[in-house]
Design a protein around this ligand. Sequence first.
Ligand SMILES: Nc1nc2c(c(=O)[nH]1)N[C@H]1C(S)=C(S)[C@@H](COP(=O)(O)OP(=O)(O)OC[C@H]3O[C@@H](n4cnc5c(=O)[nH]c(N)nc54)[C@H](O)[C@@H]3O)O[C@H]1N2
Ligand SMILES: Nc1nc2c(c(=O)[nH]1)N[C@H]1C(S)=C(S)[C@@H](COP(=O)(O)OP(=O)(O)OC[C@H]3O[C@@H](n4cnc5c(=O)[nH]c(N)nc54)[C@H](O)[C@@H]3O)O[C@H]1N2
Ligand code: SF4
Ligand SMILES: [Mo]
Length: 701
Amino acid sequence: MPLDQNRTEATQEDRNEVQVFHSACPHDCPSTCALEVERLDPQTIGRVRGASQNTYTSGVICAKVARYAERVHHPDRLTKPLRRIGAKGIGREAFEEISWDEALDVVAANLIRAAEAHGPETVWPYYYAGTMGLVQRDGINRLRNVMGYSRQHSTFCNTLADAGWMAGAGSKKGVDPREMAESDLIVIWGCNPVSTQVNVMTHAARARKNRGAKLVVVDPYVTETAKQADIHLMPHPGTDGALACAVMHVLFRDGHADRDYLEKYTAGYAELERHLVSRSPEWAEAITGIPAGEIEAFATLYGQTKRSYLRLGFGFTRSRNGAVQMFSASCLPAVTGAWQYPGGGALYSNAGIYEIDKTLIEGSDAVDSRTRVLDQSRIGPILTGDKRDLGDGPPITALFIQNTNPVNVAPDLGKVRAGFLRDDLFVCVHEQFLTETAQMADIVLPATTFLEHDDIYVAGGHTHLQVTRAVIAPVGEARSNHWVLGELAKRLGAMHPAFEMSAWDLMDATLKRSGYADAQTIWEGHWEDRVEAFDDAHFLNGFGHSDARFHFMPDWSQIGGNHAGMPTLPDHYDVIDAREDEHPFRLVTAPSRNYLNTSFTETATSRKREGRPEAQIHPEVCTQMGLEAGDEVRIGNQQGSVVVHVRPTAGLRRSTVIVESVWPNSAFVEGIGINLLVSAEAGQPNGGAVFHDTAVWLKQA
Ligand SMILES: Nc1nc2c(c(=O)[nH]1)N[C@H]1C(S)=C(S)[C@@H](COP(=O)(O)OP(=O)(O)OC[C@H]3O[C@@H](n4cnc5c(=O)[nH]c(N)nc54)[C@H](O)[C@@H]3O)O[C@H]1N2
Ligand SMILES: Nc1nc2c(c(=O)[nH]1)N[C@H]1C(S)=C(S)[C@@H](COP(=O)(O)OP(=O)(O)OC[C@H]3O[C@@H](n4cnc5c(=O)[nH]c(N)nc54)[C@H](O)[C@@H]3O)O[C@H]1N2
Ligand code: SF4
Ligand SMILES: [Mo]
C-alpha cells in the first residue's frame, strides 16, 4: 500500500501524530508547486504548505490550495457512482446511487452499442488537464487508441502559445525562472501571475530586492500583477504584435540591436530590420492604444538592459492572431541578444525539457493514424453536427469524460449545451464534484483527488519532475482515473499491458524508459531538477531549429495546416474579432484569482472571495450608459447575450470589458455563462481557443 511506504518518510511533528507528506499540486497551473501536506489521520488531511526545500516553490503556494482540506473533504464530493433517472442539468435529485460494477457495466454496454451502430469513431473520450499528473491525465488516450475511438486535438490552452513560441525559438524551453533573481528588468507579458502562478512573483521580488530590478507588465487591464509594476503597458486586446514591432523598431533605430548576436544566432534579421522601418511607435499607438511615448520609454529601457527577462503568458495568445502575438514578443531578446546574459532571455514554458516517453501511458503504439481527430474547443459545433468537423464521419453518440468541465469552460456554450441535451447522446463523466458537465451525464463516477492517488508531474513554469504517492485513502468510493480505465478495458476487451499495471508500476516503467531513476528513488527525494546548463537554456548552443538559429521569418506551414495569410515576419496580424459600430467593445475573460478554471467554484471560501460574475467597465462608459456599480448589464454579440453585474473600473481602456472567469453557468443572472459569447473558431495555424477575442455590445439589462 502506498500509505505504508509514504509513512516511512513522514516526519513526526508532535504527539498528535500529525504527519507531513510530500506531494505536488496537480492543478492546471504552470507553478506545479511542491507541497507539504499534513495528514491528521489516514482519512483526513490538515494544512497544506509549499515545500520550502524546493527552490522554485520556495515555501509559497496560492491561498486556494493552502486550504485544500476544504476541497478534499467537501460535503459535495462525489462518493458513489450515480445513474441519472431525472432530467439533465437539474442537479443531484436527478440521480440515484448505484454500485461500481453496475455503473461500469452500463458505461461499457453503451460504448459497445454506440460503436456497433456507428463505428468506433462515434465514441469521443474527452479530457483535459483537471489533473496534470501524467498517468491520471493522459491514460484516457490508451483506451482511445486501443479501441479506435475518435482522437482529440487538445486546444483549450496552449496550442496558440506553443505555435508562436516554436515559430521563433523552435524548442519549448527557456531560461530557468529562478534566474529572474539575477535580472535587472522583468517583463510579465500577457499573464497575471499574482492570480495564476504566484511563484513568478516570488522570484521577481528577489530581483527587485537584490538588484532594484524594474517590473513591466503588459496587460489590457490593471490586474493585481500590474498594480505591482513600475511600468504598465495597456494594449487593446489582440494588438501585442504591433507593440512588439514598435519596440524592435526603436531597438534597431537607436543602436540597441546586438548585431554580432544577430549574425551568429538568428536568421532573417536583415529582412526584419527593413520590415520594422514602417512599424514606428506612432504606427503602434494607433493599433494598441498605448501612447507612442510609453512605447519609446519601454523600448529604451529594454534596449539598455542586458539582463532582461521576458515571462510570456498565455493570455495574449487567446486570440485569432495569438500565435503571431507570441512569436512577435519572443523576437525581442533575439534582437538585443539578452539571451547571452545571466537573468536574460525569456521563458514561456519548460515543458520541452522532460522528454517523457508516454508510450505505455497513452498506448501510442496502438494509434491508427487514419482515425479522425476532433478539436476539443469545437465540442459545441461537433455535438450539434457541424459538417466542418464531422465531414462524412459518424456523429458523436457517446462521450466518456475525465478531468474537464466543458459545459462551463468550452467556447460557444449555447451549442455545447444544446449538444449535451441531445437524447441520442450517452454521456459518462468521471468527476470529483457534480459539475454542470456531470449534471448532463447518464452515469457519473466518483474520482479521487491527487491526495488519494499516485502520479508523476512535470512543470511548464519550472524545471522539476515530481513523483507523488497517495497521502490519504480514497474519499468514499472514489476511484482513480487509472483504475477506471483498467476496469473499462476489461469490459470492452481493450488489450494493452498498461491496463494490467498499477499506477505506481506504470509510473516506474515510464520513468525508467525515459532515462530517469526509478519512481521510488525520485519519490524519496521528492523531485528531480532537470535544469539545463546555462548555454543550453539560453540557446547559446543553438535554437531548436535544424539550422540552430532563431527564426524571424518562420515557416508557419511546419506548425499547422491553416497558415494562409499569416505574416512572414513579426507583425500586427489583423484577423481579430474587430470592434465596429454594432460591437464597440472587446471582451477579455481572464482567470479569476480564487478559482482555477472551474475548480474551487465549489468551495465556500473561494466563492465568498469572488462574490459574483461581474463586468469591469470604464467609469466613463458607465456614466454614458447610465450604469452604476451593481446594476445589471447585458453583454452580447451574434452568438447571444449574457447578463452580469457592473463593476466600474478605471484601470482599463474605454473599449475593453473584463469578466473574470470561469464561473458555473448557474452563477449568472440568466443561467448561462460568459463563454456563450466566445467563438469556437480555431486560431491559426494549428487551432487554439480564442477566449479573449470577442467583440461585444453592452446594454442596460
Ligand atoms: N472564459 C474563459 N474560459 C476558459 C478560460 C478562460 O481564461 N476564460 N481558460 C481556458 C483554459 S486555459 C483551460 S485550461 C480550460 C480548463 O477548463 P477545465 O478543463 O474544465 O478545468 P479544471 O477546472 O482545471 O478541471 C476540470 C475538472 O477536472 C476535475 N478533476 C481534477 N482532478 C481529477 C482527477 O484526477 N480525475 C477526474 N476524473 N477529474 C479530475 C476537477 O474536479 C474539475 O471539475 O478552461 C478554458 N476556458
Ligand atoms: N487563480 C487561477 N490560476 C490559474 C487559472 C485560473 O483560472 N485561476 N488557470 C490556470 C490555467 S489553465 C492557465 S492556462 C494559466 C493561465 O495563466 P495566464 O497566462 O496568466 O492567463 P490567461 O488567461 O492566459 O490571461 C492572463 C492575462 O492576459 C491578459 N490578456 C488577455 N488578452 C491579452 C492581450 O491581447 N494582450 C495582453 N498583453 N494581455 C492579454 C488578461 O487580461 C490576463 O490578465 O493559469 C492557471 N492558473
Ligand atoms: S500556485 Fe498553482 S501549482 Fe501552486 S498551489 Fe496554487 S494552483 Fe497549485
Ligand atoms: Mo489552461
